[in-house]
Design a protein around this ligand. Structure first.
Ligand SMILES: [Zn+2]
Ligand SMILES: [Zn+2]
Ligand SMILES: [Zn+2]
Length: 218
């Protein structure tokens, strides 16, 4: 569960990530460019928390920007639906409202500083079929030169090492169809050719909680 800081390149256990990144942000040399209010967020897989990130994002951006960042970095395979749940309220990429008594979703147009004040725990779902569930927390706010891009990764888990079940070399391919990283079906390139039926059943082992799901290739 080791991670690496994007600011100073130190490595540390996941449990020390927040303390390290918060200190590193405070010690960061003043950046040139226009400074804006930024949020310091952390995210991890709900069912595979060995995949995690801490990042900063301009607080005037909307939940769409955050959703887009999560898709680009970790999730997007074929443009599935997604939503955040914050304090029991769902914020969907395509809001669905059903009558007066039914489910009421909001859009992702909500600004981050309003929707997720520091200290807020919230959730993200991508793909309502083979869902990748993420849990997030807003850790605090600071100032940063964050115009373009509006999001910057501050720290991230080191990719877990996976061994080929056949020859014990480093595995780079997982067989598709198991809805996740089935350690019993991970192979190196050579063994994957002989152990899996066709190329369509081979997915790359990527550093993401969506590894091995649907057609996710990183
Ligand atoms: Zn650091
Ligand atoms: Zn997909
Ligand atoms: Zn092998």
């Amino acid at each position: 569960m080791m991670g690496e800081c994007a600011l100073c390149h130190a490595s540390f256990p996941k449990a020390q990530a927040t303390r390290h990144v918060t200190a590193c942000l405070k010690a960061r040399a003043p950046e040139s460019g226009q400074r804006v209010k930024a949020l310091h967020l952390r995210v991890e897989g709900k069912y595979n928390p060995e995949y995690w990130m801490q990042f900063e994002i301009a607080s005037a951006m909307t939940l769409y920007t955050l959703d887009d960042f999560l898709r680009q970095t970790w999730l997007d395979c074929c443009g599935h639906m997604s939503c955040f749940t914050i304090g029991g309220q769902r914020y969907s990429c395509e809001p669905f409202n059903e009558g007066l008594s039914g489910r009421r979703e909001k859009s992702m147009e909500a600004r981050l500083y309003k929707a997720i004040p520091p200290g807020t725990d919230f959730a993200h779902e991508y793909d309502y079929g083979s869902t990748t569930d993420l849990v997030l927390r807003s850790l605090g706010a600071h100032e940063a030169a964050l115009a373009d891009p509006e999001v910057r990764i501050l720290a991230r888990n080191v990719p877990p090492k996976v061994r080929c079940v056949r020859c014990k070399k480093r595995a780079t391919i997982v067989e598709a169809g198991w809805n996740g990283l089935n350690l019993g079906r991970c192979f190196c390139k050579n063994c994957a050719d002989s152990e899996t039926d066709d190329e369509g059943m081979r997915l790359p082992i990527v550093n993401s909680p969506r590894v091995g799901v649907c057609a996710y290739c990183g």
